[in-house]
Write a protein that binds this ligand. Structure first.
Ligand SMILES: Cc1cc2nc3c(=O)[nH]c(=O)nc-3n(C[C@H](O)[C@H](O)[C@H](O)COP(=O)(O)O)c2cc1C
Length: 194
């Protein structure tokens, strides 16, 4: 195995997963820093690309009111974690996030979004708001159907896109004879002891 080959093995699966709902990497663990320490949660990988100027970028969609969005502003340090049992592969990613809200990028992703997905952003309560009774946080009118285009429009106020500029990727590939492990930055690469 060559050093650059291991990166291709890991990154190829990340890119595939951003387009394939059933890929094990399609949902990932995304961690941020809150005032109280690290916080991790599952997010849906919507975007993975190589940047023209070198390096990589990952992205997901969120409610602008959610803790994860608040903790992803202004080049906030974050990590992503991907694991696939069938691929015997772990990819760890470090980077800096930004929130895109009511800009060209957010608008184009919102315009392409299915109406059922837009329904999440019509939640009357801010995500993670403490409530006295269990709630789906979906407007009552829309609990059993998707919104029509017109009904979905107010959701745009709550919608944002989070993008992470990747500073480091670590790939761990498990094999019967042992494991391959290496880390990469946009301008360096090195093997690591597994
Ligand atoms: C399979 C799965 C996929 C999820 N995808 C997203 C997502 O893409 N964006 C998002 O904001 N929350 C997503 N969530 C919900 C978050 O994991 C989390 O529970 C919730 O949004 C609260 O996170 P926060 O309080 O840290 O902001 C997903 C949850 C699961 C189980």
């Amino acid at each position: 195995m060559e050093l650059e080959e291991l990166l291709s093995v890991g990154w190829k699966e990340v890119v595939t997963a951003s387009k394939q709902r059933k890929h094990p990497f399609h949902t990932a663990t995304y961690a941020t820093l809150s005032a109280f320490g690290p916080e991790s949660r599952t997010v849906t990988l919507r975007h993975a690309s190589e940047l023209e100027e070198g390096g990589w970028e990952l992205g997901f969609n969120a409610d602008i009111r959610s803790p994860k969005a608040l903790q992803s502003k202004n080049d906030a340090p974050v990590t992503w974690l991907f694991y696939s049992f069938p691929h015997k592969l772990q990819v760890r990613v470090w980077g800096y996030s930004r929130v895109h809200y009511q800009n060209e990028l957010a608008e184009s992703i919102w315009n392409d979004m299915q109406l059922l997905s837009r329904r999440c952003y019509l939640a009357p309560l801010a995500p993670s708001f403490e409530v006295s009774e269990a709630t789906s946080n979906i407007p009552e009118l829309l609990r059993d159907r998707e919104p029509i285009e017109e009904e979905s429009v107010p959701g745009y106020q709550n919608f944002c896109v989070v993008r992470t500029r990747v500073s480091q990727i670590e790939v761990l590939k498990l094999e019967f004879e042992g494991a391959w492990r290496a880390k990469y930055t946009p301008d360096s690469a090195t093997w690591l002891a597994p």
